[in-house]
Design a protein around this ligand. Structure first.
Ligand code: GLN
Length: 534
């Protein structure tokens, strides 16, 4: 019988429910279960592809080309397995499907209602997500009590009613320590659980998120007022690395208790890989100073690094693996545009991640030029590859006015131009899920940094772009020292470029960051970290 674990949030958003979900997944996996995970977002958007990154954070791309919420990235990193379309659900998807069925007369004249028709569609999707696994952990987006996500909570209640032995409810809520009191308060958590109760849901476990660990007294209070056993109140305090959380939850036996509640046979867990990883992370070593030059770092007065979360995590994975401490600095491309490249002095390596549009672009190009001429290890991802081609065309080949047509549709030298099918789609205003998305094979050329790193000729990497290298310029750029290190298997589309006479200058059209995990860092990130460490 497939099992379902629902993780809801309370008191405030941004609690790290996703990390709790992913960590529990890692624990269950270590006990020998096959684990799936699912994120439920309450937006009407069909996917996250059309949401501004400064609004919603990174768009994570799955193998099968879904543009999803960044939490799927957390799940993949902790579970070390790919997830797919079935692992992501939005309100928009649910409504679109129910309305489609209604128009197709699939309800055969029934009055189509929120309950049971929306809830049944939601439950059908929970079931698709668990197919092939022993258990699915479903993270319910938002916090309890919001009007927008109520229907999902209702669906979990109905599923529990139908299959009481197969459903566990975990509520993650925040314990504040008001500055003037200096004492951890449990009332917001109690009220949050009351709100769940009023929807007919009794949590089996309450996970308290807090700055400091929760003491026994607080656990007792929550147990008493929230109607759970004291052992089922779990402390999840702030820690220096998210990869410690599986160990923290396991130390409180959350995994064993969940397994028991679901009627599964508990097995001893092997947490050694996580213990080794945390030891590596905590070992004091020298900093590896990496500059990440991007454009989405600030919104109003706030700095957002969530937009590049997979890139940041992948860099960290690689730094730890080479025995160095990741020291990342976000540099806003606009700052370089205004004040020049001085800011980039003293870094061991420079990364330019993906992006769209024209803001800050000249700053990014200047940063790439700085890395090239000063022989600083450079690693470009997607836009970071396209703009490296522009920089090379302009400053090495001498093609004045070289650009991507994303910035300048009438560029004199369009070294990066729109993919033919993309042009048609954009004319039709077909913007949803219409980029070149998901996994594609890439043929890696012998004798390159990339080939050495991968140790394989054919690799599969995930994509998300509308523009591509313009082959009209291939011979000219190659003659000037650009190395085409990877292409689609037919040789047509340029996927990786490198530079001759540079210690490490590798830029890729794809997003390798989506396939890096702490227990298995991505080979190209690893090669970059090694070069930077040198
Ligand atoms: N804007 C570029 C394109 O659409 C790069 C996309 C990206 O970096 N993800 O091709």
């Amino acid at each position: 019988m497939p099992k379902y674990i629902f993780v809801s949030g309370g008191v405030i958003s941004g609690l790290g429910k996703g990390i709790t979900t992913a960590s529990l997944g890692a624990i269950l996996q270590s006990k020998g279960f096959s684990v799936s995970a699912m994120k439920v977002d309450m937006y009407l958007n069909i996917d996250a592809g059309t949401i501004r990154p400064s609004e919603h954070g990174e768009v994570f791309v799955t193998e099968d080309g879904l543009e999803s919420d960044q939490d799927l990235g957390n799940y993949e990193r902790f579970l070390g397995r790919p997830l797919h379309r079935v692992n992501y659900m939005t309100t928009g998807q649910v409504y679109a499907e129910v309305i489609r069925k209604e128009r197709a007369f699939e309800y055969e004249g029934e009055d189509v209602e929120a309950i049971p028709h929306l809830t049944d569609e939601i439950i059908r999707r929970f079931k698709s997500a668990v197919k092939g696994s022993d258990v699915v952990i479903v993270e319910l987006g938002g916090t309890v009590g919001e009007y927008q996500n109520g229907i999902f909570f209702e669906a979990t209640r109905i599923l529990k009613m139908r299959e009481p032995k197969n459903v566990v409810q975990i509520h993650v809520a925040y314990l504040p320590v008001p500055g003037n009191l200096g004492e951890m308060k449990t009332k917001p958590v109690q009220q949050s659980v009351r709100m769940l109760n009023s929807m007919g849901i009794q949590p089996d476990f309450v996970v308290g998120r807090s700055e400091e660990p929760m003491d026994d007294k607080r656990k007792e209070r929550i147990a008493l007022f929230c109607n759970v056993e004291k052992e089922a109140v779990i402390s999840n305090p702030n820690v220096s690395s998210i990869y410690e959380i599986p160990l923290i939850l396991e130390a409180q036996r959350l995994g064993d208790m969940v397994v028991k509640k679901l009627g599964l046979k508990a097995r001893a867990s092997d947490m050694k890989p996580w213990k080794d990883l945390v030891a590596k992370i905590k070992k004091p070593t020298e900093d590896l100073k990496i500059a990440v030059v991007g454009k989405y770092f600030t919104t109003g007065g706030f700095v957002l690094s969530d937009v590049y979360i997979s890139v940041i995590e992948a860099i960290k994975h690689a730094c730890w693996a080479v025995g160095r401490k990741p020291a990342l600095t976000w540099i806003d491309a606009m700052e370089i545009e205004k004040n020049g490249t001085d800011r980039l002095k003293g870094f061991d390596g420079i990364v330019v991640p993906g992006g769209f549009g024209s803001r800050g672009i000249e700053g990014i190009i200047a940063a790439i030029g700085f890395a090239r001429t000063n022989k600083i290890p450079y690693y470009g991802l997607c836009y970071g590859m396209q703009l490296a081609c522009v920089e090379f065309a302009r400053n090495v080949v001498g093609l004045k006015g070289a650009n991507t047509t994303e910035i300048d549709t009438k560029a004199k030298h369009p070294v990066i131009h729109v993919m033919p099918d993309q042009e048609k789609k954009m004319l039709k205003k077909d913007y949803g899920a219409s980029m070149r998305l998901g996994s594609w094979d890439c043929k890696v050329a012998p004798g390159t940094h990339s080939r050495k790193a991968y140790g394989a000729e054919i690799v599969s990497e995930r994509h998300r772009h509308r523009y591509e290298f313009n082959n009209d310029y291939r011979d000219q750029l190659v003659a000037a020292g650009l190395v085409v290190a990877g292409t689609t298997p037919d040789g047509h589309l340029v996927e990786i470029i490198e530079l001759k006479d540079h210690p490490f200058f590798v830029a890729v059209q794809f997003h390798p960051e989506f396939q890096s995990s702490p227990l298995k860092p991505h080979p190209l990130f690893l090669a970059f970290a090694k070069a930077a460490a040198k």
